[in-house]
Design a protein around this ligand. Structure first.
Ligand code: DAH
Length: 345
């Protein structure tokens, strides 16, 4: 084998060993570049006789063509490889079923809240909304809750910076709403005229330091307030009867008031219901608190407790959701597990 054959062969080997276009260009420079081996050979011809130049020149050119041909074919091979690899990586199986967009739905507790708004709405209750970060005044003081009341302790209440807290119940909405209502009718009040009744519910999130199968640090309440000149416990019982029978879609349901204590109502009662049939048949189930609004609270509304009277109530939408769907662990509602949540759609 002469020197040219050796050179062509080692070029072919170097090209074959190049696995990327960049490697290949480096290998090319070694043979065909300005100071590559072939270029050196051409330079070396200067010293030859004219006859030798002819034969040597032709031989070198032939070798150069062979090297260039090897380069071109290796370039093509690398490009083909790259394309094949890309096709493999991006291949589509057009026979696979399409990816569907999941259908969203409302959370079961949201379904309950919507249901409560619709039923109370049909009884003439407005729906109000208010802040979850509350002041001590609205959450406690305005609601006749004294400074030494246990509900104010750190064990029960999440305090945040700036003297605020996460509302422990929706009851502050009684005061917020009533104050606005009174403001709207201030002129009529000043003239001694009667003003429209306050009839409102305020559903929303509430927070307490509490966590077990039936308590979550974040939970829901639905406050209710009905204030007028002659609103009494009979009205309250009728409202509850209508509400619960509608909510649970059964007339076979009993309601009872159990004497209790809340600082902002007097007298106060716990509300229990019992189903006449079904798995919970005959068991009294606590669903909320209620009572006649305390005169001190009515005063904080900006009204004269000698003229205005009524009741307030607080229902537990989480509990109502558990009862309606037969769920026995509250935490399931807040784990975000779609296998659980999608059953309510
Ligand atoms: N705020 C009370 C609680 O969180 C529930 C409650 C009881 C609300 C009696 C009321 C009421 O409006 O009259 O335990």
């Amino acid at each position: 084998m002469n020197d040219l054959d050796t050179l062509v062969q080692s070029a072919a080997e170097a090209f074959a060993a190049a696995l990327t276009p960049a490697d290949l260009e480096n290998a090319k420079a070694r043979f065909l570049g300005k100071s590559g081996s072939l270029t050196d050979l051409l330079k070396g011809m200067a010293a030859l006789s004219p006859d030798d130049k002819k034969t040597r020149g032709a031989a070198i050119n032939q070798a150069k063509q062979q090297v260039e041909a090897a380069l071109t074919s290796r370039r093509q091979a690398l490009a083909d490889d790259e394309l094949a690899q890309q096709l493999r990586a991006e291949s589509l199986d057009v026979s696979l079923p399409g990816r569907r967009r999941g259908e969203g739905g409302l959370h079961p507790v949201s379904l309950t809240l919507e249901r409560m708004e619709a039923i109370f709405g049909s009884m003439g209750f407005a729906v109000a909304d208010g802040p979850e970060i509350e002041t001590d005044w609205f959450n406690f003081t305005a609601l006749n809750t004294p400074a030494d009341h246990p509900a104010r302790s750190m064990h029960d209440t999440f305090y945040v910076e700036g003297g605020h807290l996460l509302r422990t119940h929706t009851s502050p909405m009684q005061v917020r709403y009533a104050v606005q209502h009174v403001k709207r009718h201030a002129d009529a009040l000043a003239r001694g005229e009667r003003i429209p009744e306050i009839r409102v519910i305020a559903p929303g999130r509430t927070y307490r330091v509490d966590s077990d199968a039936t308590h979550s640090p974040m939970f829901h309440q639905c406050e209710g307030l009905w204030i007028g000149e002659a609103v009494n416990f009979t009205d309250l019982k009728a409202v509850f009867a209508d509400f619960f029978r509608n909510f649970f879609e059964t007339d076979e349901l009993d309601i009872r008031f159990r004497p209790s204590f809340f600082p902002f109502t007097e007298p106060s009662a716990e509300v229990d219901i019992a189903f006449a049939s079904g798995p919970l048949k005959g068991r009294w189930l606590e669903v909320g608190g209620s009572g006649q609004v305390h005169p001190n609270v009515v005063r904080h509304f900006g009204l004269d407790p000698e003229k205005y009277i009524g009741f307030a109530f607080g229902l537990g939408p989480d509990r109502l959701t558990m009862l309606r769907y037969g769920v026995n662990d509250l935490r399931l509602f807040y784990e975000g597990d779609l296998r659980f949540l999608s059953q309510f759609q």
